[in-house]
Design a protein. Structure first.
Length: 310
């Protein structure tokens, strides 16, 4: 398996991006999963020059790249704005906020115009991935208005994926399972939720799965969730973070109730060869409450488990 880190380099100035690669390389990470946020720091925020810079850094530090197109609609603009620690970041935020006013990324929408717009944005992300040499693009399956309309939105997401199937050659598209409880303990109304929903979305399509163990923990037994998804043979990426089942907190590893040791042992037994990304560098907590040391400790803990298994 390839152990790596999730990073939101976009909030920093271009000149400081190298530090993320240095930290990952010092921990012997195999990859960085770069967050392409939406609508803030979305695919239109980046230039080809920036993607070539990321590609150059990945080669210099012998680091593979994968992307995560991450929607952030539940966050109020003023809360997101305050997380940008540089003038560079704030400028990009205001540019995005103005340009994308009232535009939504949602592949499960019942609105055809919004769905077409979302496909265009996803295509832009794919083009960035191709420039940077990223191997995977993980996305969420979209939103649903209520549990009464859940199946309708799931069908629309499936239709979107069917139309995209086979169009992305250089970077593999992956669908992530979502939590039943959000970052603040609220229902996030994002899909897919259950294992069968994930399977239904990608069945007979050239599309993979990103298994998020923290999201699965808000729904039931995360190891059972994994067992059922692995039968597809399509798990290509995983997200590791912790919680206590009450909310999608993205806590540091061992700060919740997920048994990561048993999980890593299981992956080793299954000869899993895909990506495993420690996903702590997210929007769930403001920077002052989130230490870079948490990612470092997480990497060291997973590597310790792997060493003990040899």
């Amino acid at each position: 398996m390839k152990i790596g880190l999730v990073s939101r380099v976009g909030m920093y100035h271009l000149e400081s991006w190298e530090e993320e690669f240095k930290v990952a390389a010092s921990l012997e990470a195999k990859h960085l999963e770069l967050i392409i946020n939406y609508p803030y720091f979305g695919p239109s925020s980046y230039t080809s020059g920036e993607m070539f810079r990321i590609k150059d850094l990945s080669h210099r530090y012998n680091m593979e790249l994968i992307f995560h197109l991450l929607p952030l609609y539940e966050h109020a603009p003023e809360n997101v704005r305050n997380q940008f620690i540089s003038i560079y970041g704030r400028k990009k935020f205001f540019d995005d906020e103005k340009r994308l006013q009232n535009r939504f990324f949602d592949i499960a929408t019942l609105d055809d115009d919004v769905r077409k717009f979302s496909v265009r944005e996803l295509t832009k992300t794919y083009n960035l991935a191709a420039l940077a040499g990223a191997k995977i693009i993980t996305i969420h399956g979209g939103y649903f208005e209520s549990f009464r309309t859940y199946r309708d939105h799931l069908e629309h997401a499936r239709d979107t994926l069917e139309n995209l199937n086979g169009t992305f050659k250089q970077a593999k598209l992956c669908i992530e399972n979502l939590p039943i409880m959000g970052h603040r303990g609220q229902i996030p109304y994002e899909l897919p939720l259950e294992t069968q929903d994930v399977v239904d979305l990608i069945k007979n399509l050239d599309i993979g799965i990103c298994f998020d163990i923290g999201h699965a923990n808000t729904i039931g037994d995360p190891l059972d969730f994994y067992h059922r998804l692995k039968q597809t043979g399509k798990i290509l990426n995983m997200h590791l973070h912790d919680n206590n089942k009450k909310a999608d907190d993205h806590l540091p590893l061992r700060k919740g109730n997920i048994d990561f040791k048993s999980f890593i042992q299981l992956l080793k037994k299954d000869n899993y060869e895909g990506y495993v990304s420690i996903e702590l560098d997210t929007w769930c907590r403001p920077p002052e409450k989130m230490s870079k040391k948490e990612r470092i400790d997480g990497m060291k803990y997973i590597n310790k488990i792997l060493t003990e298994l040899h």
